[in-house]
Design a protein around this ligand. Structure first.
Ligand code: ADP
Ligand code: MG
Length: 362
């Protein structure tokens, strides 16, 4: 069993002002799972991974791989393999030598090394390049050699820290599909770090969102999208970002400009009579309507991004000047300077967060 568990694990960097880079992380990655750790730059993703790899101290709590407490075990005894952003291939070695190097150091018989390298090369489509030096490879091929180097070690856990950031956009999309497929075939427990929420959402069985060293939510991509636990996750997951506004709360609902957004009874009760609420509406939850529609919100169009099938309308509300983004049909984009009218498609699609704590209500 290679389940990975962080038990309230913390890493504190001391300096002029101490930083809790990873703050009481409590997280379990199941055996065979592909878990993505996502968050903005500086949120503690690399530190969390390095703590598991043994490259960073664990100042509080503990980390387990399977039933073994690895908290104070040296890196080489932890049975993990890590793929970094910089592949750091040895330039003077061939692809085969690069891939087999760690096995050679472990004095694994030559014949076995050759076989494991051949198998990994086959999986990664690298067979015809085994005799080449890294400089004669494309960026994507080098990335696959770095993966191969990890695979041949047959570790119980793979750790990957932004392994695609050196590839161009098109190759990144292709490679992320290949890595996900490869992980399914190998069935090896994997923790994958990225700052890119699209990458996280398309690759992970579950996605753990970090901010300032604190785990915000760990869930399936769908659940993160549909029920973000707080305003941070709501704004971070999804592109373009969810519209988030803190507005006055009345007995009838949330006041946005001159419109009252209806709030379900249950949600109203759990708001506990505060005077403000943070309302979240995804761009696709807004719908263009005619200007005669009652209770529609008037928006001045400031920017239109035409994406082909869709267009993104960036507008400002007429009264309070709040910025909203609307995803609309790409075939009839409004012009700059127009006024358009929008309504929320379905009150159920309105997300509500406590104006103070940012936590989801109901
Ligand atoms: P991420 O990978 O999410 O971008 P990191 O884990 O690299 O974030 O860093 C998390 C926080 O810890 C940041 O505030 C960073 O400045 C700090 N940090 C990371 N490494 C060190 C270090 N060796 N010494 C002091 N602070 C560090
Ligand atoms: Mg990092």
């Amino acid at each position: 069993m290679s389940r990975v568990t962080y038990h309230d694990a913390a890493r504190v960097f001391t300096g002029n002002s101490p930083v809790r880079a990873v703050d009481n992380l409590r997280l379990t990655v199941d055996d065979g799972e592909f878990l993505v750790l996502v968050g903005p730059s500086g949120s503690g993703k690399s530190t969390a991974l390095r703590m598991l790899a043994g490259l960073e101290e664990i100042d509080e709590g503990s980390v387990h791989i399977g039933d073994t407490d690895v908290t104070s075990m040296p890196p080489k005894s932890r049975d993990i393999a890590m793929v970094f952003q910089s592949y750091a291939l040895y330039p003077h070695m061939t692809v085969a030598e690069n891939m087999g190097f760690a096995l050679k150091l472990r004095r694994i018989p030559k014949q076995d090394v050759r076989q494991r390298v051949a198998e990994a090369a086959e999986l990664l489509d690298l067979t015809e390049y085994l005799d080449r030096k890294p400089r004669a490879l494309s960026g994507g091929q080098r990335q696959r050699v770095a993966m191969g180097r990890a695979i041949v070690r047959e570790p119980s856990v793979f750790l990957m820290d932004e392994p695609l950031s050196n590839l161009d956009a098109k190759l990144r999309v292709e490679t992320r599909a290949n890595i996900a497929a490869l992980q399914r075939r190998l069935g090896t427990t994997t923790i994958y770090v990225t700052h890119d929420q699209t990458e996280a959402m398309t690759m992970g069985h579950r996605v753990a969102v970090l901010a300032d060293g604190v785990l915000q939510q760990c869930d399936t991509p769908r659940e993160l999208y549909e029920r973000p636990a707080n305003a941070f996750v709501a704004g971070f997951i999804g592109s373009p970002a969810m519209n988030l506004e803190t507005v006055p709360l009345t007995a009838e609902g949330a006041r946005l400009d001159e419109v009252t957004l209806p709030i379900p009874r249950g949600a109203m009760d759990s708001l506990g009579g505060g005077s403000e609420v943070t309302v979240g509406i995804r761009p696709e939850s807004l719908r263009l309507v005619s200007d005669e529609q009652p209770d529609s919100l008037a928006l001045h169009v400031e920017l239109v991004e035409e994406l082909g099938a869709d267009c993104l309308i960036h507008g400002r509300t007429a009264v309070d000047g709040k910025r909203l983004i609307v995803r609309a049909d790409g075939r009839r984009p409004p012009a700059l300077g127009d006024t358009v009218h929008v309504v929320v498609r379905d009150p159920e699609e309105i997300h509500l967060f406590d104006a103070g704590s940012g936590n989801r209500t109901a």
